[in-house]
Design a binder for this molecule. Structure first.
Ligand code: MSP
Length: 639
């Protein structure tokens, strides 16, 4: 069944989970859900990296043993992920016995094959990184990560003969363009491999560090934390003999950020090669989240806690923001203001408004029952909804396969906006006024329901809760599951006659406090509040002759409850028949200045010729005249 295996880095337990960890793990979850929708069998691994000096020091600061401390922090990660609707299949800890056993087995295997040797070494050691640095790697004699001067230490240690594999690795990467992606990171690894590759020190004497996996061939040493950590990807599947390992390992996708490119792009393929394990399939590398334009760090106090954001804005909105905002592979800036803007414009206004106005109409005009979608052959009311939907399904799929999550969401949102426009153009509330147009009304709203079904299906990987809520309210059988991708490729799956439950609002708008407000407020959605109309040029707008007019006379139109006949002066005098009788008394209008469309084609209303239109701001509850804020000469044009 075309298996798909996705992994996140296993996170160090020396710090609480933050935005960066959440991003990688959400990416893995989105991919996992997407591949499930494509009918694949999937496996999703995450976990915690618990050995090493960093953890010992953090535990000491808390007055705890490394194991108790690691357990506590590991639990924070483990319990955070379900809060963000991350459905991993397995959570690995490097302190698990099964993992430790695999690490020892593989160390022994490589040792027996002659790729691990014992040697005395003197070098510059950074305690922060827990590794030796070569002269070439230091920046002005300092550790590039910690900016500290490493200590020179002399030690006898075990070394992994990486140098032997350099040429093989270069060739392997060069002949497989998508082994490491995006390309910039592949180039970075290749550039590094242009210099001679040094052997890797893979042991730490227990005199210095006990918190690790003891070397199977020398119990005076523990292994280097990276040698231990990378093996989680195979130990978690039950390497070497399990069924799970055989099925999933050949289809593994690793997701990491650029900070750990070297261990994954160089050490890991060589370790696999030396241990006789087939190579991983793809290494997918993303950029870094900065916060308010600075690097996230405890000392700057700008560490973003994912749980706080989820509690405030909801898991789906947070996931949407992460996927929509970052271009996979590049760095990105996080700000709460940008998050709120996205929620208000993309989620509340575009998607939320579409959903609520559509369902309100189904409830209002069809008592909550999905109408029939058959169209009279001469009707052009299905416009190009179907092809727009299919295009968005195709583009979304292609983008997801390329890890271009932002593009996938853009393709979905283009379709959301097309559906909103379709409603504006077909104006179901007008069709509903005339019995003869019942069939058209049915067809339009069926198309809208079908569009919403496709949208719900497409957003599922990123926003599973919203997708399922939408599906429930669209009366779809997959209410608590996901739709298959192949079902999104077919137009017409919504079943007419389905009774829909009472509707809900998907995303409430969030008020930006004044300091954050951009001033570009969007409208509260109501059922008949039209979405913005399709764009027009200035030239078209200027063809409308808007003028100030003074009402000279006003009277009720006989036999009409709604209409008034007005005599207006707008440079010249003419009659307008306006639907103002329910909101205005004729005598109150005389002498008032209003705004009229002066060049509207004349039309007969109740037998009276009307030569223009009075502008009002009207909805079902009120009708207000548009006027000028001081006396103006009748006929003054508006600009
Ligand atoms: N334990 C190692 C990984 C071993 S994998 C075999 C480690 N852990 S970590 O806790 O430091 O996590 C690093 C990873 O967390 C990054 O590769 C990335 O996935 C995520 N991020 C941490 N900070 C990040 C940002 N500011 N932005 C984006 N992701 C980042 O390294």
């Amino acid at each position: 069944m075309n298996p798909f295996y996705v992994t996140t880095p296993i996170y160090y337990v020396n710090a609480r989970p933050h935005l960066g960890h959440a991003y990688s793990t959400v990416v893995a979850d989105v991919l996992n859900r997407f591949h499930r929708m494509c009918g694949q069998e999937t496996y999703f691994l995450t976990g915690t990296d618990e050995h090493g000096d960093k953890v010992v020091r953090a535990a000491k600061d808390e007055g705890l043993s490394p194991l108790v401390y690691a357990e506590q922090v590991s639990e924070l990660f483990k319990t955070l992920w379900p809060e963000l609707d991350i459905e991993y299949d397995y959570f690995i800890r490097t302190t698990d016995h099964v993992h430790v056993k695999v690490v020892k087995e593989i160390l022994q295997k490589i040792y027996d094959a002659g790729d691990i040797y014992f040697s005395e070494y003197e070098g510059a050691y950074c305690f922060g990184c827990e590794r030796f640095y070569t002269e070439r790697e230091l920046v002005d004699g300092r550790c590039p990560d910690h900016n500290t001067v490493p200590e020179v230490i002399r030690e006898s240690n075990y070394f992994f003969r990486m140098s032997r594999y350099q040429d093989w690795l270069v060739e392997y990467i060069e002949t497989r363009p998508d082994f490491i992606r995006p390309e910039r990171y592949r180039n970075e690894v290749l550039a590094f491999l242009r210099e001679p590759l040094e052997d890797l020190c893979i042991s730490r004497p227990k005199t210095r560090l006990q918190w690790g996996v003891t070397l199977p061939f020398d119990d005076r040493y523990v292994t280097y934390v990276w040698f231990d950590a990378l093996l989680n990807y195979v130990s978690a599947l039950g390497y070497p003999d399990s069924d799970l390992f055989k099925r999933f390992w050949p289809n593994v996708h690793h997701v990491i950020a650029k900070d750990i490119l070297k261990p994954h792009g160089i050490y890991w393929p060589i370790m696999l090669r030396a241990a006789g394990i087939p190579q991983y399939r793809h290494l997918n590398v993303h950029g870094y989240w900065n916060v308010d334009e600075s690097k996230m760090s405890k000392s700057l106090g700008n560490v973003v806690e994912p749980l706080d954001l989820k509690n405030q804005y909801g898991a789906d909105a947070f996931r949407y923001f992460l996927m929509r905002e970052m271009v996979f592979g590049l760095d990105c800036n996080f700000s709460e203001k940008a998050l709120v803007q996205r929620i208000n414009s993309d989620l509340a206004n575009d998607l939320g408004n579409l959903f609520s106005r559509s369902l309100t109409m189904i409830h209002r005009y069809f008592e909550g029952i999905v109408p029939k979608g058959d169209l009279a052959p001469e009707s052009n009311l299905d416009l190009d909804m179907k092809s727009a939907a299919l295009r968005s399904v195709r583009e979304c799929r292609e983008a997801m396969e390329e890890f271009a999550f932002n593009k996938a969401l853009m393709a979905i949102w283009r379709f959301i906006n097309q559906t909103n426009k379709y409603i504006d153009v077909t104006a179901p509330w007008e069709l509903a006024k005339r019995k003869a147009q019942r069939e058209q009304l049915q067809a339009v709203l069926y198309n809208v329901m079908e569009g919403l079904r496709v949208i719900a299906g497409l957003i599922y990987p990123v926003m599973p809760r919203t997708a399922q809520l939408m599906q429930k309210h669209l009366g779809l059988p997959s209410a608590d599951a996901f739709q298959k991708f192949e079902d999104l490729d077919v137009w017409g799956r919504t079943i007419p006659g389905t009774k829909l439950p009472k509707t809900v609002s998907l995303f409430p708008r969030i008020e930006q406090d004044k300091a954050q407000s951009t001033g570009h407020e969007t409208l509260e959605p109501t059922d008949e509040m039209p979405h913005r109309k399709p764009e027009i040029s200035m030239e078209i707008f200027q063809r409308i002759d808007l003028r100030v007019a003074t009402v000279l006379d006003a009277e009720l139109v006989p036999r009409s409850k709604k209409l008034l006949k007005l005599r207006v002066h707008a440079g010249e005098e003419f009659n307008i028949v306006a639907g103002l009788a329910e909101s205005h008394k004729p005598e109150d209008l005389v002498g008032k200045q209003v705004v009229v469309v002066a060049n509207l084609k004349p039309a007969k209303l109740m037998g009276i010729l009307s030569h223009g239109m009075v502008l009002t701001a009207a909805n079902k509850d009120s009708c207000r005249l548009i006027t000028v804020d001081g006396p103006s000469e009748p006929g003054t044009p508006l600009s």
